[in-house]
Design a protein around this ligand. Structure first.
Ligand code: PAN
Ligand code: ZN
Length: 197
């Protein structure tokens, strides 16, 4: 009676793991096949089991994609490994509404958030449990796993942000995160090595 308006939340999260539950939660995954031409060493990528999982994503989409004013909330599980000397990474994207920002935060494992502005200036930020990253608008973002274990990170972004994967597929990032003598180095990409759509 009095408590009628006190409701159980529609969503829940295993806070340390990022696992989402409840209504309107979607899942997707990307395999080695899905990142054709994204790595410097395409020959090496093509030799790996194409069905091998690179990363999976869960996202809570409480409103339709494109709705102004709402928020989306997600978790990404990125596997450890390298292709050639380049760490496993997400595809990366600008947002379709390019000015839209986003938060990322580290939950498990270790890696680097790679950021590139529209002038192709790049920078990287270490990702680790407790790291928090504000990704400004007009900034492409991608995460690479530099550890030996799964890298888990959370994200929150505007529901009208959308995705522009084409720019990265065409021109790539201006940098690559490579493993050299066991350590991560963010280096300028020596060729644009465009990924063919
Ligand atoms: C994230 C990403 C997620 C997967 O939710 O979509 O980490 O990376 P790609 O989308 O680049 O494959 C996000 O940035 N949303 O806006
Ligand atoms: Zn994004």
């Amino acid at each position: 009676m009095i408590l009628e308006s006190l409701l159980k939340p529609t969503q829940h999260i295993v806070i340390s793991e990022g696992i989402l539950g409840g209504t309107n939660v979607i899942s997707s995954q990307k395999t080695v096949a899905d990142l054709k031409n994204f790595f410097q060493d395409e020959a090496e990528r093509s030799k790996i089991d194409q069905q091998k999982l690179l990363y999976k994503v869960q996202a809570h989409l409480p409103v339709d994609e494109g709705t102004p004013g709402g928020l989306f909330f997600g978790t990404t599980w990125l596997q450890p490994g390298t292709i050639g000397d380049e760490y496993f990474m997400t595809k990366g994207h600008f947002h379709k509404l390019a000015d839209r920002g986003e938060y990322y935060w580290g939950l498990k494992g270790g890696g680097v958030l790679i950021l590139m502005d529209e002038k192709r200036n790049f920078r990287g930020e270490y990702v680790y449990p407790g790291s928090l990253h504000y990704i400004p608008g007009f900034t492409a973002h991608r995460v690479a796993n530099t550890g030996n274990t799964e890298l888990v990170f959370g994200a929150c972004w505007p529901s009208d942000a959308g995705y522009n994967y084409d720019e990265i597929a065409r021109n790539g990032f201006s940098c690559r995160l490579i493993k050299k003598e066991g350590k991560a180095h963010l280096i300028s990409a020596n060729s644009r090595n465009p990924a063919i759509l």
